[in-house]
Design a protein around this ligand. Structure first.
Ligand code: ADP
Ligand code: MG
Length: 315
């Protein structure tokens, strides 16, 4: 099955011409079948997190369950305060959960570890170390000799296109370049999963677009699973195999969406019906139309049938 390419304008005039976002071409559904047959890298089971604050208790995460498979790219989206950063901090081992389990390769996560690489929005490079030394830092800490670490670091800098900047200090780099170093540094330790919390959130639109394309390129070329937090719907659809949509107060899973847009991905797909249909669904989940009445829970359930992945993960 192939979709017709419609202009965004035509689609906005004829919203009924949009395909259902649950509809997948044969190629896409075969890709998902292959993906789900791969090993589970990250297994999040009934994760809960409560914070005590002067205003009372905050339920940041409530019964979050999902899995990511090897080499899968999962994006997490949701309104501000829905617990995205809390979730990724728990996965990184920087915060402990109140309930539930996080398994990486089947083993419970306890504290930070080299099996998880992290890239956050704020530039987290060591300002007193040159770019190459920033990338070497974790390698040396994990037991590599200086020579080995340098060789490795240069390979990763090559992958992110920064070989020429190996001896430059972070303050001499643009924001996009700093994030490329951060990605090289995170990948250098060969993590099982790359955890990214709005890594391009501080970049201007043009740099951000370049970084998205660049990240897709890197991900295609190496064996790494990615969990990527964003509040940008286009970014999530462009990057993800599946999108975990959270809601706030308490932070709960709303839906786990299989993105029907074929790979390889690019900006020319932003106007395809499947892209727009997915975006419309995300919009509806994240910015629901205000209603006077309490929502009828059953009435919105049909879309949730495909949430099997979430349900399946729960024994
Ligand atoms: P997001 O990243 O989706 O914007 P966060 O994970 O930062 O959301 O926060 C989720 C909820 O938990 C928010 O209500 C926030 O105020 C609360 N929260 C996060 N960290 C703490 C903390 N250390 N102490 C108290 N409340 C917190
Ligand atoms: Mg956050």
């Amino acid at each position: 099955m192939t979709y017709r390419i419609l202009s965004e304008e035509t689609i906005m005039q004829n919203p009924h011409s949009l395909p259902d976002y649950l509809l997948q071409s044969d190629a896409v559904s075969e890709r998902f079948a292959r993906l789900k047959a791969r090993d589970v890298i990250l297994d999040v089971r009934h994760l809960g997190k409560r914070f005590r604050s002067p205003q009372g208790e905050v339920v940041a995460l409530d019964d979050i369950s999902f899995r990511t498979h090897r080499r899968e790219f999962v994006c997490v989206i949701g309104p501000s305060g829905c617990g995205k950063s809390t979730l990724i901090r728990i996965l990184a081992g920087l915060e402990s959960q109140t309930s539930g389990d996080v398994l990486l390769d089947g083993k419970p996560v306890q504290g930070p570890g080299a099996d998880r690489g992290m890239v956050f929005q704020g530039y987290t490079l060591f300002p007193w170390l040159a770019v190459k030394k920033n990338v070497m830092f974790g390698l040396k800490r994990n037991g590599s000799s200086s020579g080995e670490a340098e060789r490795e670091a240069l390979q990763w800098l090559d992958l992110v296109g920064l070989t020429r900047f190996a001896d430059v200090y972070p303050h001499q780099l643009s924001g996009g370049m700093k994030q490329r170093v951060a990605i090289a540094r995170a990948l250098a330790n060969r993590p099982r999963i790359l955890l990214m919390d709005e890594p391009f959130g501080a970049l201007d639109a043009q740099t951000r677009a370049k970084m998205q394309a660049h990240l897709l390129d890197i991900w295609r070329n190496i064996d790494v699973t990615v969990l990527f937090i964003t509040h940008d719907l286009d970014e999530a659809i462009l990057l993800a195999d599946r999108i975990l949509v959270l809601k706030a107060n308490p932070g709960k899973v709303q839906e786990l969406i299989e993105v029907p847009v074929p790979r390889p991905r690019g900006y020319s797909q932003f106007n395809t019906p499947e892209f727009i249909a997915t975006k419309a669904r995300l919009e509806a989940l994240i910015h629901p139309e205000p209603t006077d009445e309490a929502p009828d829970e059953d009435a919105v359930r049909p879309h949730m049938i495909r949430m099997t992945d979430v349900a399946d993960n729960v024994e």
